[in-house]
Design a protein around this ligand. Sequence first.
Ligand SMILES: NC(=O)c1ccc[n+]([C@@H]2O[C@H](COP(=O)([O-])OP(=O)(O)OC[C@H]3O[C@@H](n4cnc5c(N)ncnc54)[C@H](O)[C@@H]3O)[C@@H](O)[C@H]2O)c1
Length: 268
Amino acid sequence: MTASGAGGHLDGHGTRLRGLGALVSGAGSSGEFLGTGAATAVLFAAQGAVTGVLDVSPERAAATCHLIERQGGTGIALTADIADQESVRAAVEKFVAAAGRLDVVVNNTGVTTGEWDQVFAVNAKGAMLVSEAAHPHLVRSPAASVVNVSSIAAIRGFGAGAYAASKGAVLALTTDHAYRWGPDGIRVNCLVPGHLNTPIGSQGGAGARETRRRANLLGTEGTAWDLAWAALFLAGPESRWITGAILPVDAGTTMATGLGMFGRLTQQ
Ligand SMILES: NC(=O)c1ccc[n+]([C@@H]2O[C@H](COP(=O)([O-])OP(=O)(O)OC[C@H]3O[C@@H](n4cnc5c(N)ncnc54)[C@H](O)[C@@H]3O)[C@@H](O)[C@H]2O)c1
């Protein structure tokens, strides 16, 4: 892959999603510094999926599609506010009309700031709306998979307010949809990203970036590609017997106590 981020040295091309239609929400981008949705969309397309790039910004959706095409893949730009049911339904139908099928959904959209109701409308209700709009198509797929994206802010205190609570709702949504849709053959799992270096997680400059790197057990920086490869596993056939799983992608950040990390964070 040529876009920036760890994993840039890996060859993301393959056939693990060949013949499938995948839709990734919040997959827009601007420039080469990719968020997790954009990286996931680029990787899925490189693995053979016709990939829907859904974003509230048409320019950002088009930019990711451009990256996909540069890699030789097929991306379909979709503009929708995922908090709006009609807009979501139209985007899903547009994707199915173009791709002919829908097998994989990644509910990646997330906003960290805003009024409580708006944060919930995007992060929690938005994921529900996309999954529910996709459901009639997913039931027809022999390889149906939904990958939700929560946050470690949902399971560890971070002072993130509505963001934390809305991401907790994404965990509960995962459990509920996995239960309800298991008999339909639809797997529903959830990724729980840690402090990745992405546009959302990059605030605070070089000092904050270094602190985030040291705040996990490996002491290495995570990027959008780390989330994308985990999403590929949950989307693809290798995880065929996994549903309802909550998978941290955080280099062990949530495995340590504050006291346990104190020495590592304060050493010069
Ligand atoms: N980066 C981190 O450190 C981190 C940590 C934990 C969880 N996450 C989660 O990962 C996901 C992606 O983070 P990122 O850093 O890649 O974000 P990002 O800002 O790069 O991408 C989010 C995208 O969502 C789009 N969007 C915003 N509101 C929308 C709406 N109403 N409808 C449709 N699209 C909308 C934006 O235009 C943007 O392109 C989020 O769910 C975030 O909560 C990130």
